[in-house]
Design a protein around this ligand. Structure first.
Ligand SMILES: [Zn+2]
Length: 220
């Protein structure tokens, strides 16, 4: 019975995670942040080392990812090339999909390439970037350890990385965060003072604002 229930739960999670084009959630132009402030403690994702400034936007983003309820996320500051990144913790990669821990990495700008820090982003853009990272987890949850390793190798290749990141952006749009993703990319490309090389990287790898808008419009 327990075995059957576990299989059923995994099946439901896969269905929820892969229904990117089912448009369960319509993208809303603006999130009413105030209504979430008093219920942050209800966050269903289990976090470790979560900085205060990430708590509210992560909670808001997580409300539209019910399939990630019970997922463990550990937060770390790291010298990475982007504002934020997410991947399975290497020590948990051999665990079953439901028992993996994910690392949410935050840039601290101690590396050579300077980026916009998470705390410098406006709240809707913060929700946008977190919805993208939660979409990565959703994508990883559907994959075996071998598939994740294959992804890691593929990520070295530009065309593969672009396809991978566009797929993840579509998951975020499918979860109703199209506009927040749009604001994020628009902010990074048109309103931030990040280096031109990093802007080019964003344009080449991720969905640009115009494409995101087109995808949102297809939801209606
Ligand atoms: Zn990504």
């Amino acid at each position: 019975m327990l075995y059957k229930t576990t299989i059923y739960c995994i099946f439901i999670k896969i269905i929820l995670c892969t229904s990117l084009y089912s448009q369960q959630y319509k993208s809303t132009k603006h999130v009413n942040v105030e209504i979430y402030k008093d219920s942050v403690q209800n966050m269903k994702i289990i976090t470790n080392n979560l900085p205060k400034e990430v708590e509210l936007p992560l909670y808001i983003a997580s409300t539209q990812f019910p399939e990630l309820s019970g997922t463990k996320i550990e937060v770390k500051y790291a010298n990475i090339k982007t504002t934020m990144a997410c991947r399975p913790k290497s020590s948990s990669i051999f665990h079953s999909r439901n028992n993996r821990t994910y690392l949410l990495l935050l840039n601290n700008n101690k590396g050579k390439q300077k980026v916009t820090l998470f705390e410098e982003l406006p709240i809707e853009e913060q929700i946008g970037i977190l919805s993208h990272e939660l979409s990565h987890i959703c994508d990883y949850q559907n994959k075996s350890m071998l598939h994740i390793v294959f992804n890691g190798i593929g990520y070295f290749f530009h065309s593969y990385r672009r396809k991978f990141e566009h797929k993840v952006d579509m998951i975020a749009i499918g979860h109703g965060f199209g506009w927040q993703l749009y604001y994020l990319r628009d902010y990074l490309l048109n309103r931030s003072d990040i280096q031109p090389a990093y802007k080019n990287y964003i344009r080449n790898i991720y969905m640009i604002p115009e494409t995101i808008k087109t995808k949102i419009n297809l939801q209606y």
